[in-house]
Design a protein around this ligand. Structure first.
Ligand SMILES: *Cc1c(COP(=O)(O)O)cnc(C)c1O
Length: 455
């Protein structure tokens, strides 16, 4: 039966829940023929949204789940701003350029011809970073009269966006197996995998599996030695999706960024520890020379031309504005204080988890991202999937998932502490974990071994 509204039949005095739409099962396959009252349509959609999890209780995500009233207001103000239209919204374009300069500066870029752009997130930024590596490698190979048809990218346990990059853009992904006890790529592993067809090495600041940083400076030093031996000059792209907005504040002395000469480009997610709302990432190159000009398109801008490098065309400008607001509002001191509070909470959780007994910490929240990762000790009487299921009954999303393919016999859990996730909330989570441990019978509850969504 359609939802056709008979004209004149709606009484404006009707309660929302006695309006025609509210008295029906909502259409799911066919656009309804008639219109509905906006309030009843709104309530119907809102009711469905309640079935989603509570984002603040999703401890698997790195992404922003807390936004201030000011951010919400700016987002509403920018609802109609299309960031690609530099001509119509020159000030949004200017604000985007300011963010790029601020991030290049935050990541210690000394060049004054740094280039960069906003993206929809780190995934798009990774595609752009990877494409720039591929183009530069190919140009150099052709100039040297060498074949340029078998590019490869060398990396450790990367986020899925790098697998996508390699598949979509025809690059062989050389993923180095995770060594036993390691939380990421170890520099001595590189020599066996890098060759003349390597377009670059990806180093991760905040490995998605374990939340630890890969040692960028040591990776660069190893590549320096390789160059001295073989003449191969292999650039590094740092995927600092989360760490790009953590390390400068929590570990200012850690050298991972443009201070390392070999670092050609860096990406970060504004919508993770950058604390902007969902939908913004950043890519920055050490200098204009690192970004091949063939990849850059000109769009008209105030009568002139504005270079753009992006996979998308139309995209909302609000997230960029909110990113600028957040940088302005918090400043370095504000980011540092929040990062420190998160790290303190992560340390507290690590201590609670350690004291519970059955867990072995893989990463205790100190030295890298404010997060904790752990696995079950040998001979545990239940599985982490059982624990995930128990926690889910209280709304907590703490998924279990296997380590990368070569270590996938090990299942781990990971809890991210981020803006808006306070110490009290984490103490309640720990209480619920203890309660769950008492409740899970020997042999477990047989929860399906379905890896949860992780980023
Ligand atoms: C989250 C993440 C990505 C993907 O970033 P999005 O902003 O979600 O597209 C890539 N790499 C790492 C290391 C990440 O943590």
């Amino acid at each position: 039966m359609g939802l056709h509204r008979v004209r004149g039949k709606i009484d404006p005095l009707d309660d929302v829940f006695s309006m025609p739409l509210s008295e029906r099962v909502l259409p799911k396959r066919r656009v309804p023929d008639g219109e509905s009252d906006p309030r009843s349509a709104f309530e119907a959609v809102r009711a469905e949204l309640r079935l989603d999890g509570e984002s603040a209780q999703n401890l698997a995500t790195f992404c922003t789940t807390y936004s201030s009233a000011e951010v919400r207001e700016l987002m509403a103000l920018c609802l109609d701003k299309n960031m690609i239209d530099k001509d119509e919204y020159p000030q949004t374009a200017e604000i985007e350029a300011r963010c790029v300069r601020m991030l290049a500066d935050l990541w210690n870029c000394a060049a004054d011809d740094t280039v960069g752009c906003s993206t929809t997130g780190s995934s798009e930024a990774a595609m752009l970073g990877g494409l720039a590596l591929k183009w530069r490698w190919r140009k150099a190979r052709r100039a040297a009269g060498r074949p340029a048809d078998r590019p490869n990218l060398v990396c450790g346990p990367v986020q899925v966006c790098w697998e996508k990059f390699c598949r979509y853009f025809d690059v062989e992904m050389r993923q180095i197996p995770l060594e036993k006890g390691a939380t990421g790529l170890r520099p001595h592993q590189l020599a066996d995998h890098v060759d003349e067809n390597t377009i670059g090495v990806v180093a991760i600041l905040g490995v998605t599996y374990t939340c630890d940083y890969e040692p960028v400076a040591e990776i660069a030093a190893e590549l320096d030695r390789l160059q001295a031996r073989t003449g191969l000059d292999v650039p590094i792209h740092v995927d600092a999706a989360s760490g790009g907005f953590v390390a400068p504040f929590l570990q200012p002395n850690l050298v991972w960024d443009f201070r390392v000469n070999r670092v050609a480009s860096i990406n970060a997610s504004g919508h993770k520890y950058g604390m902007a709302p969902l939908g913004v990432g950043w890519a920055v190159w050490a200098s204009a020379e690192m970004l091949p000009e063939e990849l850059v398109f000109d769009v008209s801008y105030l009568g002139g031309d504005m270079p753009t490098f992006a996979l998308n065309f139309s995209r909302p400008g609000g997230e960029i504005i909110a990113q600028y607001y957040t940088l302005l509002r918090l400043g370095r001191e504000g980011y540092r204080k929040i990062a420190q509070a998160n790290a303190d909470t992560a340390r507290y959780l690590a201590e609670r988890i350690k004291a519970m007994g059955p867990f072995e910490l893989l990463y205790d929240g100190q030295g890298a991202l404010p997060a904790v990762s752990y696995k079950l000790r040998e001979g545990a009487r239940f599985s982490l999937y059982d624990l995930s299921e128990q926690l889910r009954t209280r709304g907590w999303q703490v998924p279990s998932y296997p380590l990368p393919p070569d270590r996938d016999d090990t299942t781990i859990q990971r809890v991210l502490v981020r803006h808006g996730v306070g110490k009290d909330e984490i103490s309640l989570l720990a209480d619920d974990m203890e309660r769950a441990l008492r409740r899970i019978p020997d042999g477990g509850t047989g929860a399906p071994r379905r890896p949860g969504f992780h980023h």
